[in-house]
Design a protein around this ligand. Structure first.
Ligand code: MTE
Ligand code: MO
Length: 372
């Protein structure tokens, strides 16, 4: 059993698949704290978790032609200036279960919890690439990452991002060795992972073994044959993965975490809580909440965490306390967020449905009953 050495997990996690391990925190725990505690941070593994020895670990940075590659130990990586930022990581499949309710899709049945937030610390990728001799070239290029997790044929997890993002100090791409002040937990990439703020989870390669600069995107299955969006009418017979760009920045997202679907709420006043986030460093500027299925709206109160312009990498938690309209026996609670480019979420999932069930960001709806 290649999974026999996987770490022990927190019992509160809702498991979507045991081997490989995929799990999300329950909604009420997800937004209990702004920073997600490491043990309940959602986990998305495609393969068994490698067991890496920090003393012999080496990160290989392939240099430009004519330069020697770098082989960095953990100590070497600690010699680069330490950079620490709060970043929300979201899987492209977050909320896929709402798409599959409409029509079957292929993928894990994530609910609203394939998203979490941590303080990440490590070396900036741009500093390490510069040390290896790389420069921002005018021609299009990509930085390819390879994990040290692999399938029985020896194929490793891999992904890539454009060189322009990797070399931009303002993009703050990290080779992270710390998560919330601790060494990375094994499930989250020990000892080193990539953190690409504002970009889909799939590019945050864990158990990082190799970094190279290539003229083309990574040839990995997960870069080329997965994590892409398609027209709702494209099916598995007609799909052409080469026709669609790989997902990088994600669209604006929000979800209700309290109350829960089907719950009984007290008459009088209701408290609605949730999260909101947008990709590419775009800040969430407003969250609207409806108690009547979207007929009338109220503006939720956002947390006061700092939102840096163009570098708003982390989510905002929000809440709304509102009177329950007298006589109501049920509430159709809805939320939708707006980002600082005034992007909004689509009202229903139908027009954004796709065969892989990615980019699911329609208005989130929760139906509750009112106690009488
Ligand atoms: N990196 C490696 N090496 N192997 C993986 O399976 N999964 C990716 C990404 N990096 C993956 C990986 C995907 S799809 C996501 S959403 C994030 O890791 C999840 O990170 P987390 O498990 O720390 O939440
Ligand atoms: Mo993912």
């Amino acid at each position: 059993d290649p999974y026999a050495n996987d770490p022990v997990r927190h019992p509160a996690l809702k498991v979507n698949s045991q081997r490989p391990f995929n799990a999300e925190p329950p909604p009420e725990l997800l937004t209990e704290t702004y920073i997600t505690p490491n043990p309940i941070f959602f986990t998305r593994n495609h393969l068994p978790v490698p067991n890496l020895d920090p003393d012999t670990y080496r990160l290989h940075i392939v240099g430009p032609p004519g330069r020697k590659p770098l082989s960095l130990s953990l100590d070497d990586l600690h010699q680069f200036p330490k950079h620490e930022i709060t970043v929300t990581l979201q899987c492209a499949g977050n909320r896929r279960s709402e798409m599959s309710q409409l029509k079957e899709v292929r993928g894990l049945e994530w609910r609203t919890g394939a998203i979490s937030t941590a303080r990440w610390a490590g070396a900036r990728l741009c500093d390490v690439l510069a040390k290896a001799g790389h420069q921002l070239r005018a021609t299009e290029a990509h930085v390819c990452f390879e994990g040290l997790d692999s399938d029985p044929t020896g194929t490793a997890y891999g992904a890539s991002i454009p060189l322009a993002r990797a070399m931009d100090p303002e993009a703050e791409v990290l080779l992270a060795y710390e998560m919330n002040g601790q060494p990375l937990p094994r499930d989250h990439g020990f000892p080193v992972r990539v953190v690409v703020p504002g970009v889909v989870g799939a590019r945050h390669v864990k158990w990082l073994g190799k970094v190279s600069v290539e003229p083309e995107e990574s040839h990995s299955h997960w870069q080329r044959r997965d994590y892409k969006g398609f027209c709702p009418s494209v099916d598995w017979d007609s799909v052409d993965f080469d026709s669609s760009p790989s997902i990088q920045e994600l669209p604006v997202q929000s979800a209700i975490t309290e109350p829960k679907e089907g719950e009984m709420v007290e008459a009088g006043e209701v408290t609605v809580k949730g999260y909101a986030w947008s990709g590419g460093g775009r800040a969430v500027i407003r969250v609207d909440v409806s108690l009547d299925g979207g007929l009338t709206w109220q503006v939720a109160e956002l947390d006061r965490e700092e939102q840096r312009p163009r570098k708003a990498w982390a989510w905002r938690l929000w809440q709304l306390q509102a009177p329950v309209p007298p006589g109501k026996k049920e509430l159709n609670i809805v939320c939708k967020a707006v980002d600082d480019s005034y992007n909004v979420q689509p009202d229903t999932v139908g027009p954004i449905w796709n065969l892989r069930g990615v980019l699911s960001n329609a208005w989130h709806r929760v139906h509750v009953r009112v106690a009488s």
